[in-house]
Design a protein around this ligand. Structure first.
Ligand code: PLP
Length: 382
């Protein structure tokens, strides 16, 4: 289904649910699948996983992963066990990899749910092996080697101890792969990216052979050297630009539409919104739209950017309220300003990256904070 323009969004398509809420989030699963396929083709023969942590970057881990599974994705990364168990219900055969490892006491559930932990320390590895021995089973794991980010993964000292006696440390582990993570992949020429690549290769050469994985979305666009055996795109699947040094190669996936709740004429000299921060120099027409910071629209986006109504720009003005955004709709033709109509807040006319820049944040944060109150409409082929 093609993306629908807000002025053509009809009530029948949105359904009665949409009439009951202030904003609608349209999630184009076909575009998401196209983005995954484009990356899978770019990295082949490496495997293209999908990172669906934070509830699929705010878009719904289950619908997102289910659509990608149908398209051929087989490996999915989540942050914690809770998310892994929920995804396991939907995808009984998928490889579900848990980035936060094996917090003590969770080993049994990880094993029972057939989740694959990413192990970050030798202590964790030891406990995971013990769980395997108790169950008389070689348990699967990725091993995370830190190559300079100093966040998660085995540090230099632990990695050397691992290398010194790898057969013993790995005994009883069904090793799925070596993993590391890039700190600066969305910058075109930060030397750290190449340093991490060289460090990763240096470590791999001294460790038992297993599939290797280094690249997140940005890393994938640094070229084939970064692809190894498995890539881990997250953000690129959801539409923002994974490689800000070039034109965005991904298709937009979301459209956020705010309902026009009221339109008023405001005289010159009057103010709009909390704290009266926005004072009108000239008479204007002001619309109140049905979403706010409680829906994840950033408070820091006050007076920044615009919404689109039927192809016409309407600047966002004044403070962002809990449940409302106000826009100056003076330049929007009257017939488009019907109460109950829709303004595009995020979409092809103002993408996630732009909305993020307007509010001095990043696209990741805009997506993962998308509100729970929105009526969510998933567009799919079927
Ligand atoms: C979040 C994450 C990814 C995906 O990163 P994107 O920049 O969203 O592609 C990949 N690997 C690890 C370890 C992560 O934490």
């Amino acid at each position: 289904m093609a993306l629908i323009l807000p002025d053509a969004l009809d009530a029948a398509l949105l359904g009665p649910e949409a009439a009951r809420v202030g904003a609608v989030l349209v999630i184009d699963l076909e575009a998401l699948v196209a983005n995954w396929r484009a990356i899978a083709a770019r990295v082949a023969p490496a495997e293209c996983a999908a990172v669906v942590k934070a509830d699929g970057y705010g878009l719904g881990a289950v619908p997102v992963a289910t659509a990608l599974w149908r398209a051929g994705a087989r490996s999915f990364f989540v942050a914690d066990i809770e998310a892994g168990v929920r995804l396991r219900e939907a995808l009984p055969e998928a490889r579900i990899i848990v980035l936060h490892g094996t917090p003590a006491g969770t080993e049994k559930e990880l094993a029972t749910e057939r989740l694959v932990p990413v192990i970050n320390t030798l202590g964790e590895l030891e406990r995971w092996r013990a769980t395997g021995r108790q169950r008389d089973q070689a348990l699967p794991a990725f091993l995370h080697l830190d190559t300079g980010m100093n966040r998660l993964g085995m540090d230099g000292g632990e990695t050397e101890r691992l290398i010194a006696d790898a057969p013993r440390h790995l005994d009883g582990i069904a090793l799925q792969g070596w993993m590391s993570h890039l700190a600066c992949a969305d910058h075109p020429d930060n030397p750290m990216t190449g340093d991490q690549l060289r460090r990763f290769r240096f470590l791999l050469a001294r460790l038992p052979k297993a599939p290797a994985s280094l690249a997140n979305s940005g890393g994938i666009f640094h070229g084939a050297d970064y692809h190894f055996d498995l890539v881990r795109p997250g953000i690129a699947l959801y539409g923002p630009n994974p490689a800000p040094w070039m034109a965005n190669p991904m298709r937009p996936v979301i459209r956020l539409l705010g309902r026009i709740l009221q339109v008023r004429d405001v005289p010159a000299g009057a103010s709009v919104g909390y704290d009266a921060t926005h004072r009108l120099a000239a008479p204007a027409k002001v619309a109140a739209l049905g979403l706010g910071y409680a829906d994840g629209y950033p408070w820091s986006g006050a007076g920044k950017g615009h919404v689109m109504i039927g192809g016409h720009r309407a600047p966002i003005i004044a403070r962002i309220s809990m449940d409302l955004v106000t826009a100056d709709v003076s330049d929007v033709p009257e017939p488009l300003l019907g109460i109950g109509g829709w303004a595009e807040v995020i979409g092809p006319s103002r993408d996630v990256d732009q909305a993020a820049a307007d509010a001095q944040t990043i696209g990741y944060e805009i997506l993962t904070r998308l509100g729970r109150r929105y009526h969510r409409l998933y567009l799919d082929k079927d």
